[in-house]
Each structure stands twice: as structure tokens, then as C-alpha cells.
Design a protein around this ligand. Structure first.
Ligand code: ZN
Length: 78
């Protein structure tokens, strides 16, 4: 079993088979795409959590909308 933690605050995602009422976790991708002149960062978020994709390349795991917003602003600043 892989331990998933929030990429912003470090919170550990509860076991998927414990039925926690709210599943606010957000799965996204943070990929760097190389252009002709620059490395471009591409942030994408899935509509819903998908356990089968959590380990894909560039996958990011966020526990809440706040952490998602935090992640986006951090990415923009970088
Ligand atoms: Zn978080």
C-alpha cells in the first residue's frame, strides 16, 4: 500500500477503503513541457480522485481546495 501525502501540507491520505465522509482530495499533474525556447510548466487537475493514477508521472496529490490554490500560486511564483 502506497502512502499518499498532500504535496502542500504533508497530510496523509486516509486509507481508501476507510469510508471517510468527505473526499476532498484532488489529483493533478504537474508536468514540464519543453518548448522551442523554454521549459513550460503545465498544471492540470482531474475532476475526481483516481486511485489508479496516483503514481503516474508528475502526479500531485492535494488534500483540499486550499492546498490546491496554494500549490497553484506557488507554481506561478516559481
Ligand atoms: Zn494539504
Amino acid at each position: 500500500m502506497v502512502k499518499i501525502t498532500c504535496d502542500v501540507c504533508g497530510k496523509v491520505r486516509p486509507d481508501p477503503d476507510t469510508r471517510i465522509a468527505e473526499d476532498k482530495w484532488i489529483l493533478g499533474y504537474d508536468l514540464e513541457v519543453e518548448n522551442a525556447n523554454a521549459l513550460q510548466r503545465s498544471l492540470r487537475f482531474l475532476n475526481r480522485w483516481d486511485n489508479s493514477r496516483v503514481l503516474e508521472l508528475g502526479a500531485i496529490h492535494l488534500c483540499s481546495q486550499q492546498c490546491k490554490d496554494g500549490y497553484i500560486s506557488k507554481a506561478r511564483a516559481a
